[in-house]
Design a protein around this ligand. Structure first.
Ligand code: PLP
Length: 465
């Protein structure tokens, strides 16, 4: 056992967990006869569970979060030092790490200028939605309130974030939802037949997929559409990289109809794709950028909603009107541990050249995954950017029918038998929980990459022959 707990300590921990903890996104019935996994310790790329079993974590804390790896003493120390100075004061006032982190973050985001601190990705997205609605009231007579979201994208777990959610297995049974959230089609080339665009490919497909958004805007009436909210690369919906030409056209459409562009970087943000932000691969000029998971790599709960000076100005243009500002507060947006951790997280990424490592190791992993595709016919598509990759599993490469999700989950558990934690799209899009997901920490080495893809190779052989 790597850690400090004794056998006895842990049997009590497991009993307490089974008696009282409600785990996230998990059916608990199996825990009546088996134990939940309890992660006891982490170091670098690896974690240890209650049985002392070592796991190479290919998914950064299961949900693409721990970008700089586990056991970072310097982040723990930065948090400790800040907490001993002052742990909290409501964000109506400022803090030293809050000001310095905002300055450093904005240096990485040309064109953006204001940071609003909150404590989760869902919350960051809600803040943008509220601003968009308030702008509709201030500037457009309360008419331009609709927020477009894309099929297969996810923006969080709260009711408003689910209202903007394109994953029906996350949404089902939680309605009724908030009004004026309107869905637009996905842009996945591998499944272009679902869009009626099977005759197009490459750039032509990308532009046509973006034009499907324009069709929705015209159907709804451009004067009613306030914003378009998109993930730069769709995460839990299947690791969907955008087709060539797509983003350029999306930007044009937003400009044409005076629609604000909200990019959800909760997963892609802070290095995951090899640039600071996913949108920076595509030359996009967003109006809102939200980020969470990698901001402090899970060492503290911090998320940010970042916007432009132009948007910010709209909320202070008439100081004589007591309603003319953003009347919103997030209690834990004032926790100083968040920006203190985020500052050190950013220093680590810069000093250790982790963006470069992400690109190089991402290319190696992509190459390995393509080699697996040569060998395993069950792999229909390989997608990804940087260290954010997916393998879509199908029963037949021609029909592209998805494998049974139980089999995709079996691959995950078989990879676990080889000591590697991988992910799979989970209660996401009906009949599409068939994409294996990889998002290792940005510190990954070539040996770790090969260990992950070797484990996937063995797991695929065990499950599919
Ligand atoms: C793209 C995206 N946006 C938003 C969220 C919600 O973030 P949180 O769970 O921190 O509320 C997630 C969570 O997985 C996500 O993947």
């Amino acid at each position: 056992m790597h850690g400090a707990f004794t056998e006895n300590d842990l049997s009590h921990v497991i009993a307490a967990d089974k008696a009282h903890v409600w785990h996230h996104l998990v059916q608990h019935k199996p825990f009546e006869t088996s134990d939940p996994r309890i992660i006891v310790e982490g170091k670098g790329m690896r974690v240890w569970d209650q049985n002392g079993k070592e796991w190479l974590d290919a998914v950064s804390g299961a949900v693409w979060t721990v970008n700089v790896g586990y056991g970072r003493e310097s982040i723990a120390k930065a948090i400790y030092d800040q907490l001993m100075k002052v742990n909290y004061f409501a964000q109506a006032a400022g803090s030293i790490p809050g000001a310095i982190y905002a300055e450093k973050l904005i240096e990485k985001m040309p064109g953006m200028s204001r940071v609003y601190y909150v404590s989760s990705g869902s919350e960051a997205n809600e803040k943008a939605f509220k601003m968009i609605r308030q702008i509709a009231h201030k500037k457009y007579g309360g008419v331009k309130t609709k927020i477009l979201y894309r099929d297969r994208d996810y923006h969080g777990s709260t009711i408003a974030a689910l209202s903007a959610g394109g994953q029906h297995e996350r949404n089902a049974q939680y309605g009724p939802f908030a009004p004026d959230f309107i869905s637009v089609p996905h842009c996945m080339e591998y499944r272009k037949h679902e869009l009626g665009l099977e005759h197009l490919s490459g750039r032509e497909f990308g532009i046509a997929a973006a034009n499907l958004i324009e069709d929705v805007i015209l159907r709804e009436g451009p004067e009613t559409v306030g914003a378009l909210c998109l993930e730069p690369v769709t995460a839990g919906g299947g690791v969907i990289t955008p087709p060539e030409g797509y983003w350029e056209r999306v930007q044009e459409i937003c400009k044409k109809y005076d629609i604000l562009l909200h990019i959800d970087e909760v997963v892609c943000g802070v290095g995951r794709t090899g640039k600071w932000f996913g949108y920076q691969h595509y030359g996009i000029k967003p109006d809102f950028v939200t980020m969470a998971k990698g901001v402090a790599s899970g060492y503290a709960a911090i998320a940010c909603m970042v916007t432009t000076e132009e948007v910010f100005d709209m909320f202070k243009d008439d100081a004589s009107d007591p309603m003319n500002y953003f009347r919103d507060i997030s209690t834990f947006g004032g926790c100083t541990a968040g920006p203190a951790a985020a500052l050190e997280n950013m220093r680590i990424i810069e000093d250790e050249n982790l963006l470069e490592n992400c690109t190089i190791m991402g290319e190696r992993m992509m190459k390995n995954l393509h080699a697996l595709k040569e060998k395993h016919t069950v792999i229909g598509d390989v997608r990804g950017k940087g260290l954010f990759l997916g393998l879509e599993l199908v029963t037949d490469r021609d029909t592209r029918d998805p494998v049974d999700e139980a089999l995709a989950q079996k691959v995950v558990s078989e990879a676990g038998n080889h000591g590697v934690l991988i992910g799979v799209t989970n209660r996401s899009v009906p009949d599409r929980n068939n994409t294996l997901c990889f998002s290792p920490a940005l510190i990954i080495t070539a040996e770790d990459v090969d260990q992950i893809t070797d484990a996937v190779d063995k797991a695929l052989t065990t499950v599919f022959g």
